[in-house]
Design a protein around this ligand. Structure first.
Ligand code: SAM
Length: 275
């Protein structure tokens, strides 16, 4: 249900994420054993679109347990910093970094709210600011997000964002063929749901979430207002998880509608640079 922002939005969301971190660390979804052994955590389109990161500095906003953050270091970034407001997530990321031999100089992790990032991160600016899927829906103010991210970019640097497409939020969960929710609903969406995308049946107690839907136009306009120049905006016909009951898993590991379903964008990615 779309409502005014509840005053406890941050503490409710943080409690939810804090509880889910140990489930993600122990479960198969993030496959930490494979990650420790060198498995790739990033998606192929992200690697292609971000390009060569050798020698660059990279800040990952809302880094969760840091697998994506550390993967950029494995691809040659000189220094990566991950930021997340969940203490357990940051501690898990630090432990993982130590286990795979990344020193705090190479991979540093900071516990802070995204909006407080400029005061919390150890460096003034970064060559790349990266944000991965499932992040923007936890933030109430997309213009403030864009201003904050832009302020952390070095001149000539770029922001790279990969996200689920907001069009998928408006369709019915079973077939994805009917529009059942408002694309332009900008109020807080408060829900109570146990489990996690990484373990749907997990028993959890901190189940209250407060999320926001951000129309694509709002995201792009916010980046433009923050002084960034859009280099590309790609829409993808594939998703990372079975968002709709009718999705089928393709040979490339992504999920898509069956061929009988007209295609719509399921994820998007963009790059925006600081002049
Ligand atoms: C779905 S996860 C991101 C997933 C990430 N792309 C990955 O696959 O590892 C969302 C993350 O955002 C963090 N988060 C949510 N709201 C936040 C906020 N206001 N400030 C900082 N981090 C936040 C959560 O703690 C969680 O780790």
């Amino acid at each position: 249900m779309s409502t005014p922002t509840p005053p406890d939005w941050r503490s409710a969301n943080r409690a939810l994420w804090d509880e889910r971190v140990p489930l993600h660390v122990a479960g198969d979804f993030y496959d930490l054993e494979g990650f420790r052994a060198g498995a790739e955590a990033l998606r192929d389109f992200e690697l292609a679109e971000v390009g060569d990161v050798t020698g660059k500095t990279l800040l990952h906003l809302q880094c969760h347990i840091g697998t994506d953050t550390m993967s950029w270091a494995r691809h040659g970034a000189a220094r990566v910093v991950g930021l997340d407001f969940s203490g357990p997530a940051v501690r898990a990321a630090r432990e993982l970094a130590a286990e795979i031999g990344l020193s705090p100089e190479r991979a540093d992790f900071v516990e802070a709210d995204m909006y407080d990032a400029p005061a919390a991160v150890p460096d003034e600016a970064y060559d790349i600011v990266y944000t991965g899927v499932g992040a923007l829906c936890w933030l109430p103010d997309i213009e403030r997000w864009a201003r904050t991210a832009a302020s952390l970019l070095a001149p000539g640097g770029f922001l790279y964002l990969a996200e689920f497409h907001p069009l998928t939020d408006v369709l019915d969960d079973e077939t994805g063929t009917r529009v059942v929710r408002d694309y332009f609903a900008r109020g807080a969406q408060v829900e109570e749901a146990p489990g996690t995308y990484a373990d749907l049946g997990a028993q959890t107690v901190d189940n209250r979430s407060v999320e926001w839907q951000h129309p694509l136009g709002d995201v792009v306009s916010a980046l433009a207002s923050a002084g960034l120049r859009l280099e590309f905006l790609h829409e993808h016909d594939a998703s990372l998880f079975p968002r709709f009951a009718s999705f089928e898993r393709s040979a490339d590991g992504y999920y898509r509608f069956p061929d009988t379903h007209a295609r719509i964008p399921l994820m998007y990615s963009l790059r925006a640079s600081k002049p």
